[in-house]
Each structure stands twice: as C-alpha cells, then as structure tokens.
Design a protein around this ligand. Structure first.
Ligand SMILES: Cc1cc2nc3c(=O)[nH]c(=O)nc-3n(C[C@H](O)[C@H](O)[C@H](O)COP(=O)(O)OP(=O)(O)OC[C@H]3O[C@@H](n4cnc5c(N)ncnc54)[C@H](O)[C@@H]3O)c2cc1C
Length: 369
C-alpha cells in the first residue's frame, strides 16, 4: 500500500501498517533529507508537523464523549504504547507529563472548575490549583492567572523527535521511504496508480492520502470524486524558541496554557534554559509580523523573565483545516482509497488514533466507499 504524505499523520499510518505486516511505501518530498522526514525540503519549516509544539491535550479536551473525545483517548493510550515500543527498539521519544491550564478571567475560572469536576468524576487526574498554589510559582506566571487546572496525563513530546523515531524504526522494519511528491492518482486495475513528480508511477491496492493541506487537491483530481467535498484550507502558526536567563525549576508544572498560548519548557535543551512559545492562528499561508509581536509579549502580559528572554529561533507551519466539516477528516472516498487529513489543531495528538482507524479500515477489507 502507498501512504502519501510523511507528516506526523502519514508517518504514523505508514509505521503502524508496516508493523502490522503490510508492505508500505511512504511518499513525500521531505523524505529526501538526511535523516529523512525531519525537515521540509530547503530546510524551511513549513508543514504543520515540523512546526508543531507537540502538546498533547487529551484529557483536558472540553468534551467527554463523542468521536473527538474517543479519538483523543485512543491516541493517548496508543502514544504511551508506541513510545514504550519505540524506546525498547532504541528510538525513545521523551514525554514531559503535565499541562497547567490557566484562567485569566472569572468566566474561564468557572469553566475550568466545571471541566475539572467532570473529568475527575471520570477518574482522570485533573487537579484544581487555586491562587495560593499559583502565586508562589517562580518564575511568575503571566497575569492575571486567577485559577488553574493541572492535567497530569496530558503533556508534550518533540514532534521532530517523534517523526525521526517513526521513520528510523519503520525503515528498520522494512518501510520504504521515497522523497518524491505524488502529483495525481487514478483507479487502476482494481487498485490505484499514483503518478510521481519525477515522471514515474507506483501502484497499490490501497492508497492513504495524508498530505496535509494538499490532500484535498489530490482528491479533487480523481475522476468520479466530488472535488469540493473535502476542501482543506491552511491556517498558519508561528512559534518561538526562547533562551531564558536561568533554567526553569524542576517543579515547574509542565506546559502552561495562558489565553490559548502554550509556554512549553524544554528541560532537555541547553540545561533547561529553553522554552517554546506558541502558536499564532492565522488564516491563510502568510505570516503576520504583528501577530508574532503579540505572541512574544503575550498581549502585554508577559512577565519580566519572559520579556528578557532571547529569541533564538522563530518558525512557522501550516495547519490543514477542513472547510465546513469537523476535523479531522477520516474518510473512505472510494474503494481502496482512504483520506487521513484535516488534522487542524491536534494532529500530533491524534496521529496514532488516525493510524489505527486507517488500519482497521484496511484490515476489515471494506473496499466499499
Ligand atoms: C505552529 C504550530 C503549532 C502546533 N502545535 C501543535 C501541538 O502542540 N499539538 C498538536 O497536536 N498539534 C499541533 N499543531 C497542529 C499539527 O501540527 C497538525 O495538526 C499536524 O501537523 C497535521 O499533520 P499532517 O501529517 O496531517 O499534515 P502535515 O504536517 O501538513 O504533513 C503533510 C505532509 O504531506 C506532504 N505532502 C504534501 N503534498 C504532498 C504530495 N503531493 N505528495 C507527497 N507528500 C505531500 C508534506 O510535505 C507534509 O510533509 C501545530 C501546528 C502549528 C502550525
């Protein structure tokens, strides 16, 4: 089978399928790099997966039933399983557990209190942090921070480490990686033909389209498929890596989320003096410098230690947002063709559950659309 796109979703699909005994070819121009699958061609960070902060917010999702909740819970379980398996084979993906959601106003404080109560009733480790618990934290939190909810199982992993681990382990287990773009696909002798940018073609009984923002355009070119049914639009995100004057203390509560901005400690980088800050949400594919300034200053609320930190890296990437449909798009548009795209904001989290959905479809042998 062929998987088109080696972002976190495509790589997860390819790795999972290969591990389950299928013979998989993964196509993406980024795979021409060394090591493969880490940076986009030309060294630019453009796809969502290579720009993501890797915050996995499963338990803290605002719902507690339905498809989106089930995908999150399944993914959280699978990420644990996958990381253990990959570590045993020499490809560890360090996970930093703990996400602290902060309330900057009274309405948000009420919402967090209700969310925490609902999730605790399900047995999830969600601890309310009141002001007495927040105020002594050093360095200080952005203000106002009226209340917090600490989610013990949610956390963060480095998406590029995850991509590299899946690619390297997959390759050792026989996964074929090819650094080429798919330009078209067509039904062919009961399966599919994928035309490649270099002029060649590959054939397979199953094709999984996980090409981020371009997945919709590839589908639109397939005769017999309604072209506008799965439109994906880009939403750009910018992020920063900061160098702090002093390392964050070991009791820092993990990733901190304030007014939708993630403060992601990187204890593994430069003696713990690095922090990721992000991300903006900008419809389209053009970065707005003003949004970056807002992010850098937390809209004027950045505490002194954060204002004084040096920016050492700035990057951006595109999130694939489905138009008029809930994210993500896990669809079966034609016999032997699967769409695993439109992972708008939580693709790193949702990659394992998406891969499991793909494998279930293929193994159930349901060729009907
Ligand atoms: C700044 C930022 C921060 C984010 N933070 C988080 C976070 O903390 N947690 C989280 O879960 N999510 C986060 N996200 C969202 C996350 O990045 C996306 O949901 C996810 O990356 C989507 O993955 P994907 O594999 O579907 O798509 P992509 O990452 O876009 O990958 C698609 C791949 O397809 C390839 N491709 C495109 N066209 C073709 C073609 N014709 N042939 C072959 N290959 C092709 C591309 O080269 C690319 O590698 C963030 C996104 C951004 C931008």
């Amino acid at each position: 089978m062929i998987v088109v796109g080696a972002g976190i979703v495509g790589l997860a699909c390819a790795w999972w399928l290969q591990g389950r005994g299928h013979k998989v070819l993964l196509l993406d121009p980024v795979l021409s790099g060394d090591p493969p699958g880490v940076r986009d061609a030309g060294g630019e960070w453009r796809s969502g997966s290579r720009a993501a902060l890797g915050v996995l917010m499963a338990d803290s999702f605002h719902r507690d039933r339905g498809r989106a909740w089930d995908l999150r819970q399944r993914s959280q379980e699978l990420w644990g399983q996958w990381r253990r398996e990959l570590a045993q084979r020499g490809h560890p993906i360090p996970y930093r557990a703990g996400v602290l959601l902060l309330a900057a106003d009274g309405a948000e404080a009420e919402r967090l209190a209700a969310l925490g109560a609902r999730k605790r009733a399900l047995g999830l480790p969600m601890e309310p942090w009141d002001r007495r618990r927040l105020e002594p934290l050093q360095p200080t939190l952005p203000q106002p921070s009226l209340a917090g909810l600490h989610c013990g199982r949610d956390g963060q992993l480095d998406p590029c480490t995850a991509l590299a681990a899946l690619a390297a382990d997959g390759r050792q287990r026989g996964l074929s990686l090819r650094g080429e773009a798919a330009v078209a696909l067509q039904p062919d002798q009961g399966g599919w033909r994928v035309d490649l940018a270099g002029g060649g073609a590959e054939r397979a009984a199953w094709v999984v389209l996980a090409a981020g923002t371009t997945a919709g355009a590839l589908l639109a070119g397939v005769s017999g498929i309604a072209g506008d049914r799965w439109t994906l639009e880009p939403v750009l995100g910018q992020a920063l890596e900061l160098e702090l004057e002093a390392p964050l203390p070991t009791h820092w509560p993990g990733t901190v989320v304030w007014r939708g901005v993630n403060l992601v400690p990187r204890p593994d980088l430069e003696g713990g003096r690095r922090l990721w800050l992000g991300a903006t949400l900008e419809p389209g594919d053009r970065a707005d410098p003003a949004q970056l300034v807002q992010l850098r200053q937390l809209g004027g609320a950045a505490p002194e230690w954060l204002r004084e930190a040096q920016v050492v890296r700035h990057w951006q990437g595109l999130r694939p947002r489905p138009v008029g449909q809930p994210a993500p798009l896990l669809e079966h548009p034609a016999p032997g063709l699967l769409l695993a795209a439109g992972h708008y904001r939580n693709g790193v989290l949702l990659a394992p559950a998406s891969a499991a959905w793909v494998a279930d479809r293929i193994e159930a042998g349901r060729h009907g659309a």
